[in-house]
Design a protein around this ligand. Sequence first.
Ligand SMILES: NC(=O)c1ccc[n+]([C@@H]2O[C@H](COP(=O)([O-])OP(=O)(O)OC[C@H]3O[C@@H](n4cnc5c(N)ncnc54)[C@H](O)[C@@H]3O)[C@@H](O)[C@H]2O)c1
Length: 272
Amino acid sequence: MTAQTLAKKISSREARVGIVGLGYVGLPLAVEYAKAGFPVTGIDLSAAKTIMVNAGESYIGDIPTSELAPLVASGKLRATTDFSVIRDLDTVNICVPTPLRKTKDPDMSFIVAATQEIAKYFHPGLLIILESTTYPGTTDELLLPMLEKSGLKVGVDFFLCFSPERVDPGNPKFQTKNIPKVVGGTTPACTEIGRLFYAQALENVVPVSSTQVAEMVKLLENTFRMINIGLVNEIAIMCNGMDINVWEVIEAAATKPFGFMPFYPGPGLGGH
Ligand SMILES: NC(=O)c1ccc[n+]([C@@H]2O[C@H](COP(=O)([O-])OP(=O)(O)OC[C@H]3O[C@@H](n4cnc5c(N)ncnc54)[C@H](O)[C@@H]3O)[C@@H](O)[C@H]2O)c1
């Protein structure tokens, strides 16, 4: 019954959408859902960010103020630092940071803090989706026990998913709406609700069988990118020493129609 009621609210775009963390990932997502007609509430610890959003002013390069302002003016999008709004929400996407610690382990404190706040205002019928980059197992091993303390049952009373974020800040061709969205739930019912949710606002959704698969997808993508940028940076150093134009080499190699993908030398490993 809970799943059917939530699915109906999502399909009719009446579901009240919450986005926790209004950064490079969260603000564009909030904008897409507001554009799709959902009432959206952004929640961030930063009062400065919530004040800017409520004034219709963007602080994220990919979101022009001209796009944000009308959504705020029409009442479709608002922001707050007060987590108690979760009492009235139907869905919550967690888009908080997961920086690395000095030891190179991910710092899970932001995810834990956000989930603790969500747990305080937890209620039946909620869909929770973690989007922060993290290690495989996080959703079911870390979030699920915190949420099940409520006595509510996952897949029946509430729904839990992981969906890796693939946003590429500054990319003019691929943005939140047209980047295919992978989503995996704790149970099949969770995956289905997660798929239905993303299908309302994004062009292409790719459901997978578990949260762990979805988490591992992100790890594979980031590792692939890191290794290949590292590789091309090494090739660039070699080319420089041999007086060969690395850009010409990459351009010519990229004409191979299979088994090669161009990566370009640069100062970092991607992401903002
Ligand atoms: N930016 C990218 O290119 C990119 C791409 C893919 C994945 N990701 C991942 O997405 C996640 C979010 O990244 P981002 O770039 O949007 O980070 P960001 O730093 O731009 O934004 C995170 C926001 O979360 C807020 N926040 C922190 N703790 C909070 C809490 N407990 N409750 C509410 N709000 C809180 C911060 O104030 C900030 O506004 C990270 O796990 C990141 O690794 C980022």
